[in-house]
Design a protein around this ligand. Structure first.
Ligand code: FAQ
Length: 319
């Protein structure tokens, strides 16, 4: 067995692995390897940041939603994403890290968040496609994470998945309606699908052979499936949905394999993926600027909430 931290003894690691192998859930006060804690903080905080930054591409369309019904749905969805961020920051805090520290890392450009949110939302159909493909991919990943070995993360995922299902359905319904509309509306859907399809596949992370974190995460049952397994599951689910509404997925290599029952697909552009992850996507700079500005503008709200809590609890916030 590999000793992953000097202070973790082989006996402790063995006892921990036995709990994992027995399917037990790890709770905040339980002993855990330092590396398990570190991996969880990394993953949960990246996930929390993704939810919060993920509000931006859709927020862009709130004032231009084509009807009151669509505006209400979109508003509810964006508020849900903000809520998901809060559950996830709370889950990270159970591991002994402060959310202020995590948010500072995001604003300093030192934290990762899903690359998908560095793409622009250019037409109204993008809103449908974000629901259908982006939430669709997120659900496939998060359904697996609802069975993760860390209790607070797993419980947050159960609630989040329920809400993401509504997000996916509203997106798909929006697109199905546009596909029954005019030629221009159909072209808008196709254009949005062409732009979001490949980045959505990248959401699952690099191929298994290039995924440095997967091995230990699978061993500790933080992840229950690999990046490639989940990506394939998502593609298998999505191709029939695309066919049902008459939209074409932009991959000439998509082909059903009778033997494996999988849809084979073309090469993902991993250079593009890494460029976006490293800060060079179309909207990385804009997204961080928007988050920093929102944080600054919200300072008075945080101060007022803290003053109220202090007054009513009698507990002073640590300096
Ligand atoms: N984007 O070794 P792996 C949502 C990084 S929520 C950017 O394979 P791992 C809801 C990775 O961090 C979407 N970076 O990593 C919504 C690592 O770098 P590090 C977010 C990525 O952790 C919908 C390096 O590459 N969901 O969409 C990405 O084993 C609509 C090597 O990768 C979650 O965060 C990426 N796509 O597997 C909101 C789910 N992929 O940290 C608004 C939880 C990889 O070593 C609107 N997270 N990297 O420096 C996970 O399941 C995993 O972390 C993966 C990556 C699968 C994302």
């Amino acid at each position: 067995m590999t000793v992953v931290n000097d202070s973790d003894t082989p006996e402790q690691l063995e006892a921990f692995q036995a709990r994992i192998d027995a399917g037990e859930t790890i709770e905040p006060k339980d002993w855990m390897p330092a590396q398990y804690r570190k991996q969880l903080v990394r993953m949960i905080s990246q996930h929390a940041h993704s939810e919060i930054v993920g509000m931006l591409p859709e927020g862009n369309w709130l004032t231009r939603a084509p009807s009151l019904r669509r505006k209400k749905i979109l508003l509810a969805k964006i508020q849900d994403e903000g809520g998901h961020g809060l559950y996830l920051y709370c889950a990270a805090e159970t591991l002994g890290v402060d959310r202020t520290e995590l948010i500072d890392q995001l604003h300093a450009g030192k934290a990762k968040y899903s690359q998908i949110f560095n793409y622009p939302s250019l037409n109204w159909a993008d809103i449908g496609v974000i629901g259908w493909l982006v939430d669709g991919a997120a659900i496939v990943n998060q359904t697996m994470l609802a069975k993760t070995s860390y209790g607070p993360y797993s419980r947050a995922m159960i609630r989040i998945c329920k809400e993401e299902n509504f997000h996916k359905k509203q997106g798909y319904e929006l697109l199905a309606q546009m596909m029954e509309g005019t030629k221009d509306q159909q072209a808008m859907v196709q254009d949005a699908v062409n732009r979001w399809w490949w980045p959505s596949l990248m959401m699952f992370g690099p191929s298994d052979k290039d995924s440095p974190n997967s091995k230990v995460l699978l061993k500790w049952k933080v992840k229950r499936k690999t990046n490639d397994e989940l990506r394939q599951r998502f593609i298998n689910m999505t191709v029939p949905q695309a066919n049902a509404i008459g939209v074409k997925l932009p991959d000439p290599d998509l082909q059903f394999d009778e033997k494996t029952k999988n849809w084979n697909f073309g090469e993902i552009n991993w250079d593009e993926f890494w460029a976006v992850v490293k800060g060079h996507g179309p909207c990385n700079v804009e997204r961080l600027e928007a988050r920093r500005a929102a944080h600054d503008e919200g300072r008075w709200v945080r101060e007022a909430a803290e003053a109220y809590a202090e007054k009513h609890s009698g507990i002073k916030k640590a300096a």
